[in-house]
Design a protein around this ligand. Structure first.
Ligand code: CP
Length: 311
């Protein structure tokens, strides 16, 4: 049966992920072919938490497909500020739009919305939990650059405790063959226990946990940097102590393979020095661009428009 909502990256089968990525790559080559496929359709973007890339790339995706967009970009700009529940909001929005992308600071809020919605709900990030469309963005970028999603060694560096992009990416990549993870973080910001036990250990996945970026850099095919998530810390002192634990600079890049790629979901704070931006291995701005194509493919998939032959 066709998926109705995308709440977790695991809602999509591996085959469906591969189809969406392949469609995204096709759209990238010939975007004009898809310019009218969503004519008459509307996307609602309900963002209760700040966003630049996710919200605007969703909006760009729908506009590129010939559809229209409506929505709000903060809880304060909606009736959530008057105490309206997510359940009531989505019941109403279901009669205004054909599909909805929702970001919320509370883990599980998009899942709750999906229970009350008659239109597809896409989780655009819920607390420290999941960010499945960032994962699709990451996967399409890896596929474009490396031509594969298996047989890779990926270093995930920074805030692995609160970083929802990391949690979603690990869940998605363990489903491919021979992916090895190097998990680089301060001891206070290691991955949550459930990921270590229920996903990595249970799946007999190869991984190393370390706080030594330099030693492992030469082994990596991909280095996925993340910022320390200030908004999820309970105290500012801990954030200040940990925020600059890892800073990738040109000197460190000399330790990496010639064909290693540096990714980052963005926004970055200090964790990648701007001098790295001109290194051809720095692909984080390409990654942000790939997010538009894969979101176009996802919208088509959830609205079952990907079955229409395109000439
Ligand atoms: N990567 C990402 O989610 O960026 P935004 O917070 O700007 O949407």
């Amino acid at each position: 049966m066709r998926l109705k909502h995308l709440i977790s990256p695991l809602d999509l089968t591996v085959d469906a992920v591969d189809e969406i990525i392949d469609l995204g790559l096709k759209i990238m080559k010939n975007p004009h072919k898809y310019a009218h496929i969503c004519e008459g359709k509307k996307l609602a973007t309900l963002f209760y938490e700040p966003s630049t890339r996710t919200r605007l790339s969703f909006e760009a995706a729908m506009l590129n497909l010939g559809g229209q967009v409506l929505g709000f970009s903060s809880a304060d700009a909606s009736s959530a500020a008057k105490g309206e529940s997510v359940a009531d909001t989505i019941r109403v929005i279901s009669s205004y739009a054909d599909i909805c992308a929702m970001r919320h600071p509370k883990e599980g809020a998009p899942m709750v919305a999906s229970l009350y919605s008659s239109i597809p709900i896409i989780n655009a990030g819920d607390g420290g939990h999941n960010h499945p469309t960032q994962t699709l963005t990451d996967l399409i970028t890896i596929k474009k650059l490396m031509g594969r999603l298996n047989h890779i060694t990926i270093g995930l560096c920074g805030d692995l405790k609160f970083g929802r992009t990391v949690h979603s990416l690990i869940n998605a990549l363990v489903r491919y063959q021979k992916v090895r993870f190097v998990l680089i973080s301060p001891k206070e910001l290691t991955i949550p226990d459930y990921l270590r036990k229920d996903v990595l250990d249970a799946g007999k996945v190869k991984y190393t946990e370390t706080d030594d970026l330099e030693s492992y850099l030469p082994e990596l095919d991909i280095l996925y940097m993340t910022r320390v998530q200030r908004e999820r810390f309970f105290n500012e002192e801990d954030y200040i102590r940990l925020k600059d634990s890892f800073i990738l600079d040109a000197a460190k890049m000399q330790l990496a393979k010639e064909r290693m790629f540096v990714m980052h979901p963005l926004p970055r704070v200090n964790e990648i020095a701007s001098e790295v931006d001109n290194d051809p291995r720095a692909v984080y701005f390409l990654q942000a661009k790939m997010g538009v194509y894969v979101r176009m493919a996802l919208i088509m998939h959830l609205l079952t428009l990907d079955t229409i032959p395109i000439s």
